[in-house]
Design a protein around this ligand. Structure first.
Ligand SMILES: Nc1ncnc2c1ncn2[C@@H]1O[C@H](COP(=O)(O)OP(=O)(O)O)[C@@H](O)[C@H]1O
Ligand SMILES: [Mg+2]
Ligand SMILES: [Zn+2]
Length: 294
């Protein structure tokens, strides 16, 4: 599997060359070695200096969670904040592509350096470590959760005001582990109009509540479309239920976003940083306000 020989984390764990009993515990690589008697006393890596961690979640895939995550990062950056994006959707990574980031992440054997986007957003994604973007990640849940934890702990993030996490979709094991191992300040729930009718959104909201993580609000994506000829607003799925659902859950509606082919085209072209959206800018400002960023 390509992931095995390109994962720069492996170098960190490698035994020092010519490891002899007299050298035991003297090399930096000894930190992770079970034979090292000093391992217990090794200082813990300092936690990343990140002001607020915000998860972007959805009840299921394909609702535009990654798009909203990337777009919120862009807007928060435009507000002048120092922003990072951690792509925790290991089996469906799409963040680097939206930002047009192609080069692989560099490591120095100790940590991995995040990629930088044009506007200065720091990124980490499994796609930056895999040799080819289309290689499927076939790891089991615990390995995936471990990789996400390493993205948090072992990546040399700069001092950031806010980090957005593109969470794996659904309410399974992996999002659960991510919630448990990262200091998430709050989550934004993304859904499409159809999912607001059923239990999908409520399940995502309930999961966050059970983990004692505040839900910052709902984003209804692909809520409507604008006619390209006359600009008329077309509600593709009938009248929206987001207001009703938000009220039932006592949550704010952060944004209602149109199905916008030009936004999709920007994402496909790796140019999400050129996106203009008042609704998403307002949503970013609301989220920043809620977690106490300014
Ligand atoms: N509001 C939107 N208008 C047009 N295209 C969108 C919109 N939101 C998402 N997309 C597109 O739909 C596809 C799925 O979105 P994505 O963010 O990858 O979903 P998820 O992360 O929930 O699986 C992507 O190609 C994305 O560019
Ligand atoms: Mg995605
Ligand atoms: Zn029209």
């Amino acid at each position: 599997m390509a992931a095995e020989n390109t994962n720069a984390f492996d170098k960190r764990d490698a035994a020092p060359e010519g490891c002899a009993p007299s050298e035991c515990g003297t090399k930096s690589a000894c930190a992770g070695c079970a034979k090292n008697p000093n391992a217990a006393q090794q200082p813990q890596k300092p936690a990343p200096k990140v002001g607020k961690v915000i998860g972007v979640v959805s009840g299921k895939g394909g609702v535009g969670k990654s798009f909203v995550c990337g777009a919120l990062a862009v807007m928060l950056r435009r507000m002048g904040l120092r922003v990072g994006v951690l792509d925790a959707d290991i089996t469906g990574p799409s963040v680097p592509r939206m930002f047009g980031v192609r080069e692989k992440a560099m490591g120095d054997g100790e940590s991995i350096f995040p990629a930088q986007t044009e506007s200065g957003i720091e990124l980490m994604s499994i796609n930056l470590l895999l040799e080819s973007d289309d290689a499927p990640v076939v790891w089991r849940g615990p390995v995936i959760a471990g990789a996400v934890k390493q993205f948090w702990e072992d990546v040399a993030w700069s001092e950031l005001d806010v980090m957005l996490i593109d969470m794996p979709p659904g309410t399974g094991d992996v999002p659960l582990t991510v919630f448990q191992s990262l200091p998430v300040s709050g989550v934004v729930v993304v859904s499409t109009p159809q999912d607001l009718v059923g239990m999908i959104v409520r399940k995502a909201v309930n999961m966050a509540s059970m983990m004692n993580i505040p839900v910052l609000g709902l984003v209804e994506n692909m809520a409507y479309a604008l006619c390209p000829d006359c600009g008329k607003r077309v509600e593709l799925f009938g009248a929206s239920h987001v207001a009703q659902e938000a009220q039932r859950l006592s949550l704010p509606v952060l944004a209602q976003l149109p199905l916008d082919p030009s936004a999709a085209a920007l994402c496909d072209a790796g140019q999400i940083e050129r996106l203009q959206s008042e609704a998403l800018m307002d949503a970013a400002a609301a989220v920043a306000g809620q977690v106490g960023l300014k």
